[in-house]
Write a protein that binds this ligand. Structure first.
Ligand code: R5P
Length: 281
């Protein structure tokens, strides 16, 4: 059954690309704001379909509330699926200190039951168990590799062991080698890294992480690898959150290029995950 695609505010380009590649209908979404600032969404034609696929990254609180409203607007549709190209709050996947909320669980359990939830390189796949839905996490490393093909025999480095799998699959797709740095997080925007003895000198190096948020992690890695003699330094990520001055931090650290996907739409989103999602609908 060809779905009707319903785009969240942060996924309009990606959803349009999925509609183009699948031949699906792209729903019109209308927005209104009440005098107190509350938002209202309306999907006027939603009752004409039996299968709705909502595509909505949730990098902000407002976008999460909007997602809840979109799901509610689709409540009379026989089959409802949610694609979260970027799932906000996914990093708080456990209680790090006593008394903290497990935010990933809170937002997953806050979503009403739907037929399926799809994510793309979600930070910790275990969070999918908290959705009341069938779930699938897609791996966009092959798509990211397509955007990095001009780099020959790269050394692909993850800034910590959390992104080693991503570095390995990217290195595999590009025909290079993978390794990682050891990172310790000191606070929300401060990290410390111990350089490893990597064969960096005169190598084209790609540093890859699932996301670049403040850029602190990636900048530190770029700085260290530049000091070790890398010939070129490319920062790659699936999710370009790019909070605050992340881009300036990266260029300040000496990055030559930044490549990211359109799970979040930014000027650096040169790689699309639209075909990957389309193939899995
Ligand atoms: C954390 O474990 C993630 O994989 C990223 O390394 C992190 O979220 C990047 O954040 P930032 O850009 O703020 O250092």
């Amino acid at each position: 059954m060809i779905p009707m695609l319903v785009a969240g505010s942060y996924s309009q380009v990606l959803t349009s690309r999925i509609a183009r590649s699948t031949g699906s209908e792209l729903a019109s979404v209308e927005y209104a704001e009440f005098p107190d600032g509350e938002q209202l969404v309306r999907v006027p034609d939603i009752e004409s379909t039996e299968r709705a696929v909502i595509v909505a990254s949730t990098p902000t609180d407002e976008s999460y509330v909007e997602l809840l409203q979109l799901v509610d607007a689709c409540r009379d549709v026989s089959r409802v699926e949610v694609v979260l190209p970027y799932m906000g709050y996914s990093r708080q996947d456990k209680r790090f200190r006593e008394g903290e909320s497990v935010s990933a669980r809170a937002v997953a359990q806050g979503l009403p039951p739907v037929d399926r939830v799809m994510t793309v390189n979600v930070h910790e796949p275990g969070v999918l168990d908290w959705f009341d839905a069938e779930t699938i996490d897609l791996d966009a490393s092959a798509e990211l590799a397509n955007g990095l093909e001009s780099i020959s025999n790269p050394l692909v480095v993850s800034p910590d062991n959390g992104a080693v799998d991503l570095a390995e699959s990217l290195a595999g797709a590009l025909g290079g080698e993978a390794d990682y740095l050891e990172k310790t997080r000191l606070s929300g925007d401060e990290v410390e890294m111990k350089p490893k003895n990597l064969p960096v000198e005169d190598r084209e190096v790609i540093v890859v992480d699932d996301m670049i948020s403040t850029g602190g992690t990636m900048s530190e890695a770029i700085d260290i690898l530049g000091a070790q003699g890398a010939s070129t330094l490319t920062a790659a990520c699936i999710h370009p959150v790019l909070a605050r001055n992340a881009v300036l931090e990266l260029y300040g650290a000496g990055v030559d290029n930044i490549v990211a996907t359109d799970t979040l739409e930014s000027v650096l989103s040169s790689v699309s995950v639209a075909d990957l999602i389309s193939r899995n609908l």
